[in-house]
Design a protein around this ligand. Structure first.
Ligand code: ADP
Length: 214
């Protein structure tokens, strides 16, 4: 199964991806994670990416498409099925993804869109903490770790993403409205769009997910 996860920052794509991985063994391909890995390497390209992510701006279509294409081609696990989280983010990327899939003759199953109220998105993102080691997600008030600053799952250190501050979040939301929102129409026209309410918390999300996968 091949799925695209759509929705503004904080809508719950990461949480949904966690459930899809656990329940359906789909591989989680997150372009945000891949770009943050590139930053960690400290290369000139990594520095350039860091500048853009810190501003809340998008990295070039060519670069992210290359990363996704390489991952799909080289990771043997993706054959079992995968979900794309954070890609495509522009109509050009959606077209490029269709071209990549057409080459291997395996079409996308569907795209799922998650939308949530603006205030909720902001609260989720400013309170979000991520495990440096395993990527598990926490929230300072909604889902605090048992021990402050430490991941319940693997004991790794929790950190706040540099783009999870109010100013950058506003820029990311703006970019989402102008560049990413049009993709929803793109998939609706292909009759491939499903919707999950991003205002839901995890328990209800599990139920919506089961309905969606039927
Ligand atoms: P979120 O969905 O919470 O905004 P991500 O981890 O998906 O977070 O992305 C973080 C940042 O990485 C984005 O704001 C953007 O700068 C960059 N990025 C991720 N995916 C893409 C993409 N497909 N195209 C361009 N830039 C991207």
């Amino acid at each position: 199964m091949k799925i695209v996860l759509l929705g503004p920052p904080g809508a719950g794509k990461g949480s949904l991806a966690g459930l899809l991985k656990e329940k359906y063994s789909l591989v989680h391909i997150s372009t945000g994670d891949m770009l943050r890995e590139e930053i960690k390497k400290g290369t000139p390209l990594g520095l350039e990416i860091k500048k853009l992510i810190t501003q809340g701006a998008l990295v070039s279509d060519e670069l992210v498409t290359k990363l996704v294409e390489q991952r799909i081609a080289n990771d043997p696990d993706v054959k079992k099925g995968y979900m794309l989280d954070g890609y495509p983010r522009t109509v050009k990327q959606a077209q490029d993804l269709d071209a990549i899939l057409a080459k291997s003759n395996v079409p996308l199953d569907f795209a799922v869109n998650m939308e949530a109220d603006g205030d909720l998105l902001l609260r989720r993102l400013t309170g979000r903490r991520v495990c440096r080691k395993c990527g598990a997600l926490f929230h300072m008030t909604n889902k605090p770790p048992l021990k402050p600053g430490v991941c319940d799952a693997c004991g790794g250190e929790l950190y706040q993403r540099t783009d999870d501050n109010e100013e950058t979040i506003k820029a990311r939301m703006q970019v989402y409205q102008t560049s990413t929102q049009p993709i929803i129409d793109y998939y609706a026209k292909q009759h491939k769009l499903k919707i999950i309410d991003g205002n839901l918390e995890t328990v209800d999300l599990c139920q919506s997910l089961a309905t969606m996968m039927k």
